[in-house]
Ligand binder design. Structure first.
Ligand code: ZN
Length: 499
């Protein structure tokens, strides 16, 4: 093996160890740590982040990366690793370590401040912290901004390589033009689907049991993964043999936990099937947030909301809730789980109105970074956009601008990944339908061939290929939003008889 590469990997192992420790703290903060812990634990996180930073960003590592960039005795994975490290360097090298530490401390504390402000429905309580975070983000972006590039483009590219606001403007324009009129048509027929069955009382213990069954059914491997509970479901991982997902149970909403369990399992399945050759390295994880969302949404929506998927397992659900579901047929259930009913809350949105929630956040983030809007004006802007695109305004900040945790974590440029993910999922599904009998597999309760195809064409590569490279190698085409629009149009036209 290349000597310099070997030396570099020794260093990177240490960096990965710090990263694993930080991931565990994050996991613990959401699933077990007491409420007051972060006020103090944030200091520990700041110190560990500093160690992570200085072990990665230093002259020795830089020299090795530069040297290896010119050498040609590296294999495919090693080259990908060097490319990935170069990108991380480019993101971080101009940030002073002390600033990085202070920022990490700030964002560790911010989630608590955000959550208390949300409880009090008071944006003013969160605004000063948000302003501080935005200022850091602007500063960090300004360290890296090159000629002709806008700061927001830099953030977008961090989450999805090759994407900038020009591409995304075009992407969202297509969605806006197709979804807003379609949603209006569907809304007129909203009352035709009765979904009251979903809001009866469903014992949480039984929900837990059914969700565990579902996760296993779609392919979550309990030898490499665990399920816990948190206020907002999410997935994290130390590596491909330690993947952790959470769910959230609501006694008066049956499908909420069902679809978040399938969704997070989709994320988990991606991480679990990354090749062992690249485990515990910077490329041993999903390639981007967009690709990650495509996998969770593929399982949640394309598969999990289809009649074929429920055909073999709906009897089991009915058996579990004999009383509550006694009059609900499979056909009725499928209409129910696909009902479009626009609401204020993104995480509760149906598939059709979902991209509009993202569009709103994208437009606001662009305003923050390109037009320097004042933080105090954000709630007003937020509410106006909801009125304009969805025809409704939030009653308070908690169901308005305070609903998402992302900005408290400094994740600007992240939201578009959700819409990109839905679009990728629709494109992959459309392609897979043309090469294998997906529906038949689902009806037979046999998800293995579907999962294996994704394992072999996406999962195993981790971050050694980017989103468009994966898509191109799979179907000879890069991301194309037309498949998503076609999917939504056909699905909702059929569900609501809009012919
Ligand atoms: Zn997700």
């Amino acid at each position: 093996m290349n000597k310099t590469y070997e030396q570099l990997m020794k260093r990177i192992e240490k960096v990965m160890a710090y990263q694993a420790a930080l991931t565990l703290f994050e996991w613990d903060a959401e699933t077990g740590a007491p409420e007051e812990s972060m006020e103090y634990t944030s200091k520990t996180i700041g110190i560990l982040s500093h160690e992570y930073f200085t072990n990665l960003i230093n002259d020795d590592v830089k020299k090795m990366i530069t040297k290896l960039g010119d050498e040609d005795d590296l294999d495919f994975n090693q080259k990908a690793m060097i490319k990935n490290l170069k990108k991380q360097f480019e993101q971080m090298e101009h940030i002073p370590p002390a600033e990085y530490q202070a920022y990490e401390e700030l964002t560790a504390k911010a989630s608590g401040i955000w959550s208390r402000a949300k409880q009090k429905k008071s944006f003013a309580d969160f605004a000063p912290t948000l302003e501080e975070i935005i200022n850091y983000q602007k500063k960090f972006a300004s360290y890296r901004v090159k000629k002709d590039k806008k700061p927001y483009d830099i953030l977008l590219n961090d989450f999805e390589e090759g994407f900038d606001s020009e591409k995304l403007d075009e992407f969202f324009k297509k969605i806006k033009e197709a979804v807003i009129p379609l949603l209006k048509e569907v809304s007129k027929k909203n009352d035709t689907v009765d979904k009251s069955y979903n809001y009866q009382k469903f014992e949480i213990e039984k929900q837990r049991e059914f969700c565990k069954y579902l996760c296993g059914y779609v392919g979550f491997d309990f030898n490499k993964g665990v399920i816990a509970e948190s206020a907002h479901p999410f997935t994290t991982n130390l590596h491909n043999h330690d993947v952790r997902i959470t769910t959230h149970y609501n006694e008066n909403n049956l499908e909420s936990s069902i679809f978040s369990a399938i969704h997070e399992s989709g994320h988990g399945i991606y991480e679990m099937h990354i090749d062992d050759v690249i485990t515990q390295t910077p490329v041993g994880t999903g390639t981007s947030m967009g690709m990650h969302e495509s996998q969770s949404r593929f399982f949640e929506n394309m598969i999990g909301r289809s009649e074929a998927f429920w055909t073999p397992i709906f009897p089991k659900l009915k058996e579990m809730y004999k009383e509550q579901l006694k009059d609900v047929t499979l056909e009725h259930f499928i209409k129910g789980i696909n009902k479009s009913a626009p609401s204020m809350i993104r995480t509760e949105a149906d598939e059709l109105s979902y991209p509009l929630h993202i569009l709103i956040r994208y437009e606001i983030e662009k305003m923050i970074f390109e037009e320097d809007v004042k933080v105090e004006d954000l709630p007003k802007i937020w509410n106006k956009k909801y009125e304009e695109y969805m025809g409704m305004e939030p009653e308070d900040d908690s169901e308005g601008i305070l609903q998402d945790i992302h900005w408290a974590g400094g994740s600007f440029g992240y939201f578009p990944s959700y819409a990109i993910g839905s679009a990728i999922a629709a494109q992959i599904y459309s392609y897979m339908e043309s090469i294998m009998p997906i529906e038949q597999y689902l009806k037979d309760g046999n998800l293995t061939p579907i999962r294996e195809y994704l394992n072999n064409h996406i999962h195993k590569f981790g971050a050694t290929k980017n989103t468009n490279e994966l898509l191109k190698d799979m179907m000879d085409e890069e991301l194309n939003a037309d498949y998503y629009i076609k999917y939504l149009t056909e699905k909702y036209t059929k569900l609501y008889n809009l012919y």
